[in-house]
Design a protein around this ligand. Sequence first.
Ligand SMILES: Cc1cc2nc3c(=O)[nH]c(=O)nc-3n(C[C@H](O)[C@H](O)[C@H](O)COP(=O)(O)OP(=O)(O)OC[C@H]3O[C@@H](n4cnc5c(N)ncnc54)[C@H](O)[C@@H]3O)c2cc1C
Ligand SMILES: *[C@@H]1O[C@H](CO)[C@@H](O)[C@H](O)[C@H]1NC(C)=O
Ligand SMILES: *[C@@H]1O[C@H](CO)[C@@H](O)[C@H](O)[C@H]1NC(C)=O
Ligand SMILES: *[C@@H]1O[C@H](CO)[C@@H](O)[C@H](O)[C@H]1NC(C)=O
Ligand SMILES: *[C@@H]1O[C@H](CO)[C@@H](O)[C@H](O)[C@H]1NC(C)=O
Ligand SMILES: *[C@@H]1O[C@H](CO)[C@@H](O)[C@H](O)[C@H]1NC(C)=O
Ligand SMILES: *[C@@H]1O[C@H](CO)[C@@H](O)[C@H](O)[C@H]1NC(C)=O
Ligand SMILES: *[C@@H]1O[C@H](CO)[C@@H](O)[C@H](O)[C@H]1NC(C)=O
Length: 605
Amino acid sequence: MPPLASFLSFCTLFFASGVFCGSYGLPFIDASYDYVIVGGGTSGLTLAARLAANSSISVAVVEAGGYYEVLNPLSVIPGFAAIQATGTDPSDTDLIDWGFVTTPQTGAANRKIHYARGKCLGGTSGRHFMVYHRGTAGSYQKWADLVGDDSYTFDNLVPYFEKSCTLTAPNTSERLANATVTYNPNVFDNSLDGPLQISWPNWASPLSTWIELGLAAIGIKPGADFNSGSLSGSTWVSTTINPSGESRDSSETSFLSQAMSKTGITVYATTMAKKIIFKNTNVAGGVQVEQAGISWTLTAKKEVIISAGAFQSPQMLMVSGIGPSATLRSFGIEVISDLAGVGQNLADHVMFGSVFRVQVTTSSRVTNDVAWAAEAVVDYASGTGPLTAGGFGVLGFERLPDAVRANLTSSTQTALATFPSDWPEVEYLALDGVLGYWKNGLGQFIDSYEYGSVAAALVAPLSRGNVTITSTDTNDAPVINPNWLTDPADIEVALAAFKRARQIWANVNITIGDEYLPGPNISTDAQILDFIRNSAVQVWHASATCAMGKAGDPMAVVDSTAKVFGVKNLRVVDASVFPILPPGHPQSNCYMIAEKIADDILSGR
Ligand SMILES: Cc1cc2nc3c(=O)[nH]c(=O)nc-3n(C[C@H](O)[C@H](O)[C@H](O)COP(=O)(O)OP(=O)(O)OC[C@H]3O[C@@H](n4cnc5c(N)ncnc54)[C@H](O)[C@@H]3O)c2cc1C
Ligand SMILES: *[C@@H]1O[C@H](CO)[C@@H](O)[C@H](O)[C@H]1NC(C)=O
Ligand SMILES: *[C@@H]1O[C@H](CO)[C@@H](O)[C@H](O)[C@H]1NC(C)=O
Ligand SMILES: *[C@@H]1O[C@H](CO)[C@@H](O)[C@H](O)[C@H]1NC(C)=O
Ligand SMILES: *[C@@H]1O[C@H](CO)[C@@H](O)[C@H](O)[C@H]1NC(C)=O
Ligand SMILES: *[C@@H]1O[C@H](CO)[C@@H](O)[C@H](O)[C@H]1NC(C)=O
Ligand SMILES: *[C@@H]1O[C@H](CO)[C@@H](O)[C@H](O)[C@H]1NC(C)=O
Ligand SMILES: *[C@@H]1O[C@H](CO)[C@@H](O)[C@H](O)[C@H]1NC(C)=O
């Protein structure tokens, strides 16, 4: 079925059956399951589906949101990903977003920044940009060393990465001839029938073909592969787009939909988890949940698993008595496990960039060419054209070259030397349209010109933020302080990366006129830094706020099987348990960690 048709029939099904965002469990009634999972997001649904696959295990998922396809139909179309309330302006939120806003960020011109997070089945995989790749072998070795468990080396993780997904080769008849994809099929195993679809869109951005050349000109060579444990050079990145229909694939369309048809999984949608319930002082025995002001209890016969994401998993632990004791006591919360690391160590990436008017078609064209826009919609109905892609194509990663590195202060060089030698400092993203200040995704549509951006993202940041609570109620947003661009090393790398982005453009001869943003008059380090602080936007990779670590590490929250220290029958499984944020885009790691811990649980570990 063509994607629009299948999508419409999907909607009709839900409207007609009257379960529009309703609960699929029996609401308001106390019930008991082997496993109760809080958060039906990227990791949560993956883990839930794997546990429920055994018919003698009962699994319930508690998710605050509903179906993103119903609440926000455009979110399924890759070409509309950028306009799904991803902006930094606090007003840029929607029905599948939590509407979180950071504290004033001293490193980012004191702005209070909207931080997009999915509030829906699929969680943030229901509204992200779909880039899929894995971290470097050195980053996983560091993970293994930090947690004292060799099962986290890249070679040992590959089976879990493979298990979650199925790879489809690029459709070369639909893509540009000069947009050759390079990849290594040997790090995928389609015989495992992994539910998550990985593919390349049926559209290659012409802008990216040029940026690829600009990257090569400054030493970032094409032909890389980002799924085999190395991030160096450039490539057309793989994406979580379902090639049958070219629609967004999320943990909901992959893992949950499979589990709904094949297992007895129970999903409590549009239901808030309020608190973990303990029995015998420190044994997790269930979750107190709430819908429409009515509260009831889901008992967990075996375990409670928290998969509420990097902001709300620490919140859930804290309101339930697990976290820094001083914070808990200040809210009158009884301390069940005093863990100083809960909410600390927040790792994230930020990006900023240089924008030009260009002589090739980019998504900016949508505003000035109605016929083109109409054709794009028609093409999408048959799974082709620009709407099949998310507004990007080529990504590049690099460790800053020696000549640039030599210019950094010795303290920054020392700080960067703490990263494994294969860990890049900068990612460059070729973006169709205007990155600009990214107040909202529509800000890219300016006038009758077409625009392109080269963004630089800091993927070896030293700055760390934190998350805490303002009350004992999970309905109140957590306090989110990413602390971007506060470490002096990050500032130096950001300046160097910004200048590299300009050099990339200097080697791309399809530009029109001078740099559009920030403009050629922004030339001194002070001016560039001012622009970076005022325009920096997160890459939305918040993680490591319930960090995995060795027993006895005072900042560790969970052990290497994701069990929370100091309590029993409780795990946390999502981006919050990464001990470090591997370089690049993290969703592969969210699926991997869910697969790995599901295996631990099913194997009795
Ligand atoms: C705009 C944007 C673009 C991104 N682009 C990419 C990309 O291209 N590639 C990539 O790899 N990564 C990308 N990311 C990051 C990636 O999506 C996240 O790292 C990942 O999805 C996080 O997964 P998670 O399982 O940790 O949390 P989530 O997927 O956020 O799941 C948490 C779930 O818990 C639910 N929840 C929270 N609290 C409660 C509660 N109290 N009761 C009930 N339910 C609750 C939430 O509603 C949510 O469904 C992007 C993120 C954003 C926001
Ligand atoms: C399913 O789970 C039950 C209960 O934990 C266990 O005894 C059984 O071995 C599992 N079956 C499979 C096929 O793993
Ligand atoms: C690649 O091909 C497309 C389509 O013909 C064209 O628009 C683009 O400019 C080409 N890129 C390069 C680098 O030649
Ligand atoms: C490539 O895409 C077109 C259009 O969707 C489709 O007709 C064709 O079968 C695809 N080819 C392959 C090899 O998937
Ligand atoms: C190093 O810094 C000097 C002085 O700011 C500058 O002129 C030079 O271009 C820099 N070199 C590199 C490789 O960035
Ligand atoms: C978070 O970090 C900021 C800045 O480093 C600090 O002032 C604040 O006290 C921290 N908050 C918590 C809850 O740790
Ligand atoms: C860009 O430069 C290359 C090499 O100098 C040249 O072959 C090409 O025609 C130029 N393209 C445009 C659009 O000017
Ligand atoms: C740079 O030029 C732009 C456009 O002319 C102007 O708006 C901006 O204020 C200038 N900035 C500085 C720092 O001179």
